[in-house]
Design a binder for this molecule. Structure first.
Ligand code: AMP
Length: 399
């Protein structure tokens, strides 16, 4: 962010896509807080800030008469809270681009903030429309992208808009910089051993990530629902556990590739099994490869927790994506909790740990361990794609 913001107007793409309750009250303001350092920095440097963001998916819930549902998706819902966090009155423009937006942007003074209406009220946003992006760009002197969570989308406000600013007039915000730096700590010359812990529901969502990890990790711990596809591929009996039959061959190929490359794969030796997918189900702990018909593995067992924890504690770099079990149900949350504790302990012993991707982030937050790991990513899908080795359009547009 080494632009000279003094007396300039800066268009800042933030990710204010926060969850709202039925009264349109913010239920989690993490994303707003994450953008504050960038906004405050520009103001402190004597600049003016024009904020833009999306909120929800208004184009998926268009009114019967073809208009957007402004009541549900207006960014005006967050203005009160934003005022409180920033301790200044933020101006709100009820359009994203147009005569009013131009007028309000033009009269904006240094030290002031203007929030534009939801970028996705325009269908041109997701289409990456050039003319729309140009209208946005015309509002300001500089462009700063601080919305890591949408960096994997080639939308008008996240990517296309950048082409209307000269190289010296655009930059990443502090949050973007931090996300990129931390992901690169895992990808570029990590301290070894590097252990990746991958969990969550399905193999199919994470094929590319698993492929890539086998190229550069030393240890790969696989837990959660996806483990049962691997266990079945190895000949295990997994009962009614979540299995993707069409991914059995792929699982075997990945296991063979790991063996060839000397990457150690750890699957859960034992599982907490249940007779139905329900928090009140009957449960037992059994070897993961000997689950009888009608029962399903919903969490990793004690032996697996121990084995995984030892590997984690001996690691110097740790990447974690995805829960070890159905952690939303209390009886099946212990495996995920044990892993979170092990990652925190390894971090306290000097390891670098990155937690990236929706549900593992939720688990770490719920347990109050967010401060005890090195970095918790704010961008689920974007972080996954970054770690898969893809060039994110929002990042490429600035670089
Ligand atoms: P993902 O979004 O791919 O990280 O998957 C997260 C989801 O996987 C959570 O909702 C978990 O409940 C679910 N999950 C984790 N372990 C299992 C399991 N053993 N069986 C079924 N679902 C699981």
């Amino acid at each position: 962010m080494n632009l000279n913001f003094k007396n300039k107007k800066t268009l800042v793409r933030v990710d204010f896509n926060v969850p709202l309750d039925t009264d349109f009250k913010i239920t989690d303001d993490t994303r707003i807080r994450a953008a504050l350092p960038t906004i405050k920095h520009i103001l402190n440097e004597g600049g003016a800030v024009i904020l833009m963001s999306h909120l929800g998916r208004p184009q998926k819930k268009i009114n019967e008469d073809g208009t957007v549902n402004t009541k549900a998706f207006t960014l005006n819902h967050i203005i009160k809270h934003l005022n409180k966090l920033l301790r200044i009155k933020v101006q709100f423009c009820p359009e994203t681009v147009g005569p009013q937006a131009s007028k309000m942007a033009k009269s904006l003074k240094s030290g002031e903030i203007l929030l534009l209406e939801n970028t996705r009220f325009q269908k041109e946003e997701s289409a990456g429309d050039k003319a729309f992006a140009k209208q946005l760009a015309a509002l300001a002197d500089f462009y700063v992208n601080d919305a890591f969570g949408t960096a994997h989308r080639a939308h008008a406000s996240t990517t296309v808009v950048a082409q209307f600013f000269k190289k010296d007039n655009k930059s990443f915000g502090f949050l973007m910089q931090k996300e990129i730096e931390n992901a690169e700590k895992v990808l570029n010359n990590p301290e070894r051993p590097l252990t990746a812990i991958i969990g969550g529901a399905k193999v199919s969502d994470k094929i590319l990530l698993l492929e890539r990890l086998i190229d550069f990790a030393d240890n790969l711990i696989i837990g959660g629902g996806m483990a049962y596809t691997f266990l079945k591929a190895q000949g295990g009996l997994v009962g009614n556990s979540l299995v993707e039959e069409d991914k059995l061959k792929l699982a075997n190929r990945l296991l063979a590739k790991a063996k060839k490359k000397g990457v150690k794969i750890y699957l859960p030796k034992d599982s907490v099994i249940a007779d139905k997918f329900d928090a009140k189900a009957n449960k037992e702990t059994k070897y993961s490869k000997r689950i009888r018909k009608g029962w399903m593995g919903l969490d990793i067992g004690k032996k697996a927790q121990k084995e995984f924890s030892v590997v984690i504690l001996n690691s110097k770099t740790i990447l974690w994506n995805g829960p070890m079990g159905v952690f939303e149900m209390k009886p099946f949350a212990n495996g995920t909790k044990a892993i979170a504790r092990a990652v925190a302990k390894a971090t306290s012993k000097g390891a670098f740990s990155l937690v990236g991707g929706g549900d593992s982030v939720a688990a770490v937050n719920q347990m109050g361990l967010a401060e005890k790991v090195s970095y918790v990513s704010t961008g689920g899908g974007a972080m996954l794609e970054f770690l898969e080795g893809k060039e994110l359009p929002g990042i490429a547009a600035i670089r």
